[in-house]
Design a protein around this ligand. Sequence first.
Ligand SMILES: Cc1cc2nc3c(=O)[nH]c(=O)nc-3n(C[C@H](O)[C@H](O)[C@H](O)COP(=O)(O)O)c2cc1C
Length: 386
Amino acid sequence: MYINKFQALKIGNLQINLPIIQGGMGIGISLAGLACAVANAGGIGVIATAGIGHTEADWDTNPKAADTRALQKEIQKTKAGTDGVIGVNIMVALSDFDDLVQCAVDEEADILFMGAGLPISLPKTLPLDQLSKLATKFAPIVSSARAARIVFKAWHKRYSHVPDAVVVEGPLAGGHLGFKKEQIDNPDYALEKILPEVIAVVKPYEQQFGRSIPVIAAGGIYTGADIHKFMKLGAQAVQMGTRFVATHECDASPKFKQAYIDCSKENIIIIDSPVGLPGRAIGGKFFDRLAAGIKETFKCHWKCLKSCNFRKAPYCIASALTNARNGNFDGGFAFAGANAYRVEQIISVKELIETLAAEYIAEHCKEPIASGTYDTQRIEEIIQPL
Ligand SMILES: Cc1cc2nc3c(=O)[nH]c(=O)nc-3n(C[C@H](O)[C@H](O)[C@H](O)COP(=O)(O)O)c2cc1C
């Protein structure tokens, strides 16, 4: 019912009736539970791979194998729970990026989202001269037109192929950010500014390759009116993270979700992540201890992030995020988007989508379809309960 209020998204042969992508959220925040619910609602449900193997028995001794096994299980579980479109989020910064990409392709995930670094080089185990023949689509996550240009150029040259879609993530997102700290509040780097710049980079490739390459907006998108705004600016879909944390189906513990309800605007802070990027998180005891100079003691099993300087890092980010995911905020912290303080309650994915659809259509109806004429049929639709 609510789905037909949006324009469907097409990525190659994938038809996504609800142009909303649930952002991949590690560690363990978006797994099969959330991904199934979003895919069943008509959007793209995304499994996050960061630290995915931490629940496997051999995580400490055989982490790479644990990660791929856990991903395989999670994809199979998601496929068993939905006929909808499912994605896998793989951070380029992960040491086992190649293994995870290969695993997701072998399991025929519909689409891979690759961020936290530029995915300019794919695993050599893939059929790199025939990427377009794979069942799996590829979508890099970028934070600037420059980054989009680098990725598209590299793929064109190396693979005679370019990505199937692109996510542009602005500075209001949760988790790791592709910006320098001083750029975060600078309007020149706002999503409203960078989205059209990325679209301009992608356009010539659409013409050259004779196919549509949808650009998806992410970061700080909270309401249906926000969705409407970014669609008007040229996005063909949106990616949302924070709103999906506050759902019953989200795979995090109730305490993690409660942290979103409890936080205020002032609690949401920018941190220096050991990944080497800034990140947005909910502040608390964990950071208070670090600020007081108390160093966490931890043992690094395998340097899960390529860029982590674990000998100098004040804490292990994988352990901190896993602890928070499990509700232990003494030993960790939650990543969250800039709008997390607006969360008031936990609702179902269905309720969330219905709310977003109603807000979206209300925004649409504010616009005259011709001078002085309004789309009365649509206005009636919003008056009708969804
Ligand atoms: C708790 C949390 C964990 C996240 N983990 C990842 C991740 O593992 N990989 C990734 O590419 N993005 C990650 N993100 C970013 C989201 O996928 C999404 O793009 C972003 O949150 C969108 O902004 P919003 O939260 O304002 O909607 C994370 C975000 C949150 C809130």
